[in-house]
Ligand binder design. Structure first.
Ligand code: NAP
Length: 412
């Protein structure tokens, strides 16, 4: 039976404010925001002060409120709010990928112990309805691969760089001015945001919870115009790709820049758009495209979760039964490009070098490397190096299961 959702909302910024508006416009939903908790006193608000509180307990202790919607920008404070909400028997909807990626196992356990729902569609690629599809639609199909563009800020920067030949620094400054990038863009440009989203997607794709710190995230901070030009001359764009695959009993996953050709699913995904591509055994390749950020697009995913609560929906995590035994691995080979304005000597240990160029102001090498050796280098801090992968070129040693090898070969 449809029940009334009485919401205690945390956060009234980009997404929280958006939710307030879309909820008011959506006449179909039997839901109401009872109170909104915010942080900063004296800030101008678009609605009456009587809607707000600065005391989280006023919401958490209110028995009338059956649902907490957590839309704040502080993962530590969110952890306190969400765990307390579970203990008080309230359902929770969240968009907070950092909170979820860092505490997923514990949050699932606590929500289940307290018999409440914990939904977070907006946490991964905002408006793209990927998590519920992974949970429900793909429940009986064996998934071998998921990849995509999971961060709008970096995709905006890469799109503008490629289109206008501007430097990374110029485009970042413009993106900050336009509100596409945070004043401190570290989480976005160093690939952390993409990694948190990938971590959540891995859990729902393969049923495996991987500690976020195990997933390598290499961002775009040190991209130079020469790297973009190298790609352009070969018909390739650079995209920040989050990717994960299941090979036999192993799961691999990482975030890094990739050169993609014109027939790659991500090639024409531009600006703040995100995308997700899934490889399944029976349904084969499928592709989702949508806005990965923004007030209304993100609020629409939150709204969908709230709506699902009317029917007591919760994720069942059915894939966890088989996924638990999978092993996360960095034990594979990848073909990479490394560009630098310095001479490239032994910064990267190549298994073989297929192509190289050494000039006065620009150098590059392309070849196969052991991924595990890359994981030992903090590329986000190596101003002298830009590394980019190639979408097709990852291969595994010691994989005996032929069907899985075939699945890999047929993957995009
Ligand atoms: N923006 C997007 O496009 C997008 C997309 C997907 C997911 N998300 C996620 O959605 C969440 C919210 O993002 P946002 O862009 O809406 O952030 P935002 O615009 O910066 O707004 C954050 C809100 O959280 C409130 N807040 C911060 N700490 C709080 C606390 N301890 N208690 C109560 N309220 C607190 C702030 O209060 P004051 O107003 O008083 O400062 C503000 O209203 C984040 O987890 C983000 O990762 C955002």
């Amino acid at each position: 039976m449809e029940k009334k959702i009485k919401i205690g909302l945390f956060g009234f910024g980009c997404v929280g404010g958006g939710l307030y508006e879309v909820l008011n416009q959506s006449k179909l939903l039997n839901a109401e925001i009872v109170k909104i908790c915010i942080k900063t006193k004296g800030k101008e608000r678009s609605i009456d002060a009587s809607n707000f509180t600065f005391d989280k307990n006023e919401i958490l202790n209110n028995p009338e409120i059956n649902t907490i919607v957590e839309l704040i920008d502080d993962a530590d404070a969110a952890y306190e709010i969400v765990t307390e909400a579970f203990r008080k028997g309230k359902n929770v909807v969240s968009a907070n990928k950092k909170l979820i990626a860092l505490h997923l196992e514990e949050l699932i356990q606590l929500s289940q112990e307290n018999n409440v729902s914990f939904l977070y569609e907006a946490s991964s690629c905002a408006s793209i309805p990927v998590i519920r599809n992974l949970e429900e639609y793909y429940n009986n199909d064996s998934l071998s691969k998921i990849e995509g563009i999971c961060n709008g800020t970096t995709n905006y920067i890469l799109t503008q760089q490629f289109a206008h030949g501007k430097s990374y620094e110029e485009v970042l400054a413009e993106a900050t001015e336009l509100g596409f990038a945070e004043t401190d863009p570290t989480l976005d440009v160093d690939g952390f945001d993409s990694k948190f989203k990938l971590d959540i997607l891995i859990a729902h794709t393969f049923g495996k919870i991987v500690e976020a710190e195990k997933l390598l995230n290499i961002g775009i901070r040190h991209i130079k115009n020469e790297d973009v030009t190298f790609g352009r001359e070969k018909g390739l764009k650079i995209k920040l790709i989050s990717r994960a695959e299941k090979i036999g009993d192993k799961v691999i996953g990482f975030v890094a820049p990739h050169f993609v050709p014109a027939d790659h699913f991500a090639y024409n995904v531009e600006n703040e758009y995100n995308c997700v591509a899934i490889q399944a055994l029976f349904s084969d390749k499928q592709f989702f495209l949508g806005k990965g950020a923004g007030s209304y697009p993100t609020a629409s995913a939150v709204l969908s979760d709230v709506s699902a609560l009317q029917f007591d929906y919760s994720y069942e995590y059915k894939k966890f039964k088989s996924g638990r035994d999978l092993e996360f691995s960095n034990d594979f080979l990848a073909r990479v490009y490394v560009g630098s304005r310095n001479k490239l000597t032994d910064q990267i240990e190549f298994e073989n070098v297929e192509e190289s160029f050494a000039g006065l102001e620009y150098n590059y090498k392309i070849g196969w490397v052991k991924f595990s050796s890359l994981a030992e280098i903090d590329f986000n801090k190596r101003e002298d190096l830009f590394i980019s992968f190639f979408s097709e070129d990852v291969k595994f040693e010691n994989v005996n299961d032929e069907s899985r090898v075939e699945a890999l070969e047929s993957a995009f």
